[in-house]
Design a protein around this ligand. Structure first.
Ligand SMILES: *[C@@H]1O[C@H](CO)[C@@H](O)[C@H](O)[C@H]1NC(C)=O
Ligand SMILES: *[C@@H]1O[C@H](CO)[C@@H](O)[C@H](O)[C@H]1NC(C)=O
Length: 446
């Protein structure tokens, strides 16, 4: 007893200055999502450059892009166009790859659950600073992983609360790139000592960057976008190399300015912004100017698959390639139409017996804030389980395009009273519509 009390009294003298840790996750798979894994490997290098020890960084991604047969530079990944672009795959140490990369793994890693993760997990403690970076597709209240169910805002909230109760950080900075990512941190407060920065607000897409003609590296077009606008904005700003003098405040201000196609939002503890982005000496004098970064046109992530397929069609060199590219354009268009039909069907069924002005239009088109997490979580899982699967990897019934309809589920959940239908009834409607679409003979997988 006495000894313990003494030890406690002397403890502060022995406590080391906090260390820095990072967890990076890319949530997609497939060559057409090249940009997410390029962003993630680039982030890995930025973390190292900023002074974080390699043993304190954990990276998870499908890792199916660098060595994809579609990659014109086998075994390499580029996150920036041009002849000076560096291969970010080189030295990018991936801890978890392939099938194991799921939302559950992400939770296990950030909450330090070694038994669950089956590998390296975050082992930070109360004096440490933790940086988390997630890059992928998302929708209202959801983000995707390359395997397994989508990850719900309520799951993320629980994981962050668990990290806090386990004293896993002094300060936590979370940069998230995804459509509607502004909906993922609804209950983070300043008391949580978390600063979350999102690529978009709760009701808009995020944007791909270095696409089409701009995806050219060392004289060759990669055939997929190289990056995402929010991600390359903070990564290239970090690359400038002012780690020990640039604050998060400065970086976020610059990133917000450059990410001008969506609204970068901040949540939680703004006092963290006075910290510097790294703890190694500055590499340069002066400040970056727009001329330090390649120019390009951003492309709405929701339209990216189609835009990339059309680009491939326009630039196909042989008849065979042209035919294949055209087929892909048609398949993507058909899959979108089919997804739209499913969600229109859900709304029609939810509204059919309701006396409400423009019920269907309201359920499809409004942008209600998500509050009823339990209802939304339930409906999101049902779409995952029951709706037609459109992508080889994709998250069950969800895909990069139809995640925009997660907003529709939020609209339904927030209108239970007006519709006279509770979550269970809405769930049955979705099961019916998705089940019917899944049963149709011509399943469309792109
Ligand atoms: C970039 O490299 C390619 C191939 O190595 C070359 O053909 C091209 O002229 C270079 N472009 C510039 C602007 O130097
Ligand atoms: C966004 O920034 C880019 C590059 O600075 C600029 O070319 C473009 O016009 C801006 N777009 C909008 C909508 O402000």
């Amino acid at each position: 007893m006495m000894k313990a009390a003494l030890a406690a009294a002397f403890l502060p003298a022995f406590v080391q200055a906090g260390e820095r840790y990072a967890v990076i996750a890319a949530g997609s798979a497939g060559f057409y999502n090249y940009r997410h894994q390029a962003d993630a490997c680039h982030a890995y290098h930025v973390m190292l450059d900023s002074g974080i020890k390699a043993e304190n960084i954990i990276l998870m991604m499908q890792d199916d892009v660098a060595n994809s047969p579609d990659n014109p530079f086998k075994g390499k990944l580029y996150n920036q166009p041009g002849n000076a672009s560096k291969d970010v795959y080189e030295g990018c140490k991936i801890d978890y790859r392939g099938k194991v990369v799921t939302g559950q793994l992400f939770t296990d890693v950030i909450t330090g659950n070694k038994a669950g993760a089956g590998g390296r997990v975050l082992e930070s403690s109360s004096g440490d600073t933790v940086f988390i970076n997630f890059v992928d597709h998302g929708g209202v209240g959801i983000i995707a992983f390359p395997n397994g169910p989508v990850y719900h805002a309520s799951e993320l909230s629980k994981a962050l609360k668990l990290m806090k109760s386990k004293n896993m950080y002094k300060e936590l900075v979370f940069y998230m790139e995804a459509c509607e990512s502004g909906s993922m941190f609804p209950d983070v407060t300043a008391d949580d000592k978390i600063l979350a920065v999102t690529a978009a607000n709760a009701h808009e897409s995020s944007w791909g960057f270095y696409c089409g003609n701009d995806a050219k590296v060392h004289g060759k077009n990669i055939g997929s976008c190289l990056g995402d606008l929010f991600s390359i904005s903070w990564l290239e700003d970090s690359d400038f190399g002012k780690f020990s003098s640039e604050t998060f405040d400065t970086q976020i201000t610059r990133v917000t300015k450059r990410t001008n196609k969506s609204h970068v939002l901040q949540f939680g503890d703004m006092s963290i912004k006075t910290q510097t982005i790294g703890d190694v000496m500055d590499r340069v004098q002066g400040e970056p100017t727009p001329a330090d970064f390649p120019q390009s046109n951003a492309v709405d992530v929701r339209d990216l698959d189609l835009a990339q397929a059309v680009y491939a069609y326009e630039h196909a060199e042989t008849d065979e390639e042209k035919k294949r590219a055209l087929r892909r354009v048609q398949e993507i268009a058909a899959a979108r139409k089919a997804d739209e039909d499913v969600f229109n069907g859900i709304v029609k069924a939810a509204c059919h017996d309701v006396n409400m002005h423009e019920c269907k239009e309201t359920m499809i088109g409004s942008t209600t804030d998500l509050k009823d997490m339990d209802c939304h979580y339930k409906l999101v899982q049902t779409v995952f389980d029951q709706c037609p699967r459109r992508e080889e990897h994709g998250a069950g019934g969800w895909n990069g395009y139809n995640m925009k309809f997660s907003q529709v589920l939020a609209n339904l959940c927030e209108s239970q009273e007006k519709l006279g239908k509770d979550a269970d009834t809405l769930d049955k409607i979705i099961r019916g519509q998705c089940g019917r679409a899944s049963g149709e003979t011509a399943q469309i997988i792109v």
